[in-house]
Design a protein around this ligand. Structure first.
Ligand SMILES: O=C(O)CCC(=O)C(=O)O
Ligand SMILES: [Fe+2]
Length: 208
């Protein structure tokens, strides 16, 4: 798969480098949910993006909706706790996140889910990551966003205003507390032309 990056949108070096996590800023959402944000956590990610786009064994998924089967509008790859990740910097990111949140999370991030949004028409609908322990326990889902900028939207399950977090190349967002069961999130389609984006989601064991 080829990815056409608009070079001017991205930084010039192509060696991926993770910054410090001390710059993370927390927003309390309510109902026990919060998000931490760190813009530009990873720099020099252009070659990483191109390599992931080309080399990850992306799968198209189909899902039953009522009486028909539809394509899920994005490509996916899942790495279990024991699977080698497709680039060492993704291991480094997981290790750094596990260390930073060790006390608050009480366990490590183990799995990595990767999503490929080919253009602005790819998206993910409103949902919580509620397969597994996240349906009844507080947990964290950490997302490293690469490539074209897209908005991550969050809204309370019980109804209320939508919170928008634009995610750019190298940005980190961590959803925590009760966020997966008391809030929903989505990456909506965009009407204007949009380049490809890769999202890397780190989760603890037993959370999907
Ligand atoms: O693309 C993203 O950053 C969000 C992906 C997501 O919510 C999911 O795969 O569960
Ligand atoms: Fe999700």
């Amino acid at each position: 798969m080829s990815a056409h990056l608009q070079g001017s949108l991205f930084d010039q070096t192509d060696r991926p480098l993770l910054g410090r996590l001390t710059g993370l800023r927390r927003t309390v959402l309510g109902d026990g949910a919060w998000v931490d944000l760190l813009p530009g956590w990873l720099s020099g990610g252009d070659a990483l993006f191109t390599a992931l786009a080309a080399d990850v064994p992306w799968r198209a998924e189909r899902r039953r909706m009522y009486d028909r089967t539809v394509d899920v509008p994005r490509l996916l790859a899942f790495y279990g706790a024991a699977d080698p990740l497709p680039d060492p910097v993704l291991d480094e990111a997981r290790t750094a996140l596990s260390a930073h949140y060790a006390e608050e999370l009480g366990e490590s991030f183990t799995t990595a889910g990767l999503c490929y949004y080919r253009d602005g028409r790819d998206s993910v609908a409103w949902h919580g990551d509620t397969h597994g322990r996240s349906s009844y326990e507080d947990t964290m889902v950490a997302i490293l966003s690469l490539g074209a900028p897209r908005d991550l939207l969050l809204r309370p399950v019980g109804g209320g205003g939508t919170v928008r977090r634009p995610l750019g190349h190298g940005d980190l967002i961590v959803m925590g507390g009760s966020c997966q069961r008391t809030w929903q999130h989505a990456v909506p389609k965009t009407a204007h032309a949009q380049g490809p984006r890769i999202s890397v989601q780190y989760r603890p064991r037993g959370v999907r």
